[in-house]
Design a protein around this ligand. Structure first.
Ligand code: SAH
Length: 252
């Protein structure tokens, strides 16, 4: 008998952002698989088996889920935010593809989640109100030259830019290089949002001009949004601003 794999996005942190569909999928599962800190956000019910693993062990996690499902178990693989955005869902399908014909028999449901970009944007107003581009700055899984080329193309096309994985302990210089590149393409007054640990107890948000934006404003839990030429800041009291990108764009 074949089991079932639910791939579940837990949202950015706050339990209020876990969708009812995600909660239902988690409740059905006999086994919960994921990166330890994400699993810690799930209140497991008695009888559920928790399989916590290291951040980098994504392919092992996918194969583990597939072997449990092949044995008839119901499994939930969890990711933060949305599981399909820089997260486990793609890894699972990569593993399924390598199974060939056996992969066709795997029963999978992907449950969408509130991705960091959307939660961060909501804090500031509507910076993603018009065309935007999401790019991971991590060069663990793609060459740095590819990242630079994509950021340059997206910046020249005047998309609002949302950067995931802007910095980590092992990747300290990349964000500085990206900001340097953007200063050659976008105006100095372009708003740059550093939205850190959104919807978690240590949430903080900082807004800078592109001219003054610095890598130290970000850490591993930061989502960076860079406005397009149309993005606007609107005062909202207490020296704070709303940022939005109008829905109308001028002729290119
Ligand atoms: N699947 C996740 C993204 C995983 S990549 C999602 O859809 O949100 C990890 C990156 O996501 C982090 O480096 C950071 O850029 C962003 N991120 C995750 N949670 C966040 C949060 N609560 N606040 C701000 N950024 C967050």
């Amino acid at each position: 008998m074949s089991g079932h794999i639910h791939v579940v996005g837990l949202g950015p942190g706050d339990a209020a952002h876990v969708t009812p569909a995600a909660s239902a999928a988690l409740a059905q599962a006999g086994h919960l698989i994921g990166y330890g800190p994400y699993l810690a956000r799930v209140s497991a019910r008695p009888g559920q088996v928790i399989h916590a693993s290291d951040n980098r062990a994504e392919m092992e996690r996918a194969h583990h889920a597939l072997s449990l499902a092949a044995a008839g178990e119901t499994v939930a693989i969890v990711s933060s935010g949305d599981a399909g955005i820089f997260a486990m869902a793609a890894t699972l399908f990569e593993a399924i593809e390598t199974l060939g014909e056996a992969g066709q028999r795997v029963d999978v449901t992907v449950v969408p989640g509130v991705t960091a970009m959307v939660a961060a944007a909501a804090r500031l107003g509507a910076p993603l109100g018009h065309d935007f581009c999401a790019i991971s700055l991590s060069d663990n899984l793609k060459p740095w030259e590819t990242i630079l080329g994509r950021v340059r193309a997206a910046a020249e096309a005047d998309f609002v830019l949302a950067f995931y994985n802007p910095i980590s302990k092992a990747r300290l210089w990349q964000l500085g290089e990206i900001l340097k590149l953007l200063r050659t393409i976008r105006a100095p007054r372009t708003p740059v949002i550093f939205a850190t640990a959104i919807s978690r107890p240590d949430e903080h948000v900082q807004v800078a001009d592109l001219a003054n934006a610095e890598p130290k404003m970000a850490d591993m839990r930061t989502l960076v949004i860079v406005g397009s030429s149309a993005s606007r800041c609107v005062p909202r009291g207490d020296d704070d601003v709303w940022i939005y990108t109008p829905r109308r764009a001028a002729a290119a």
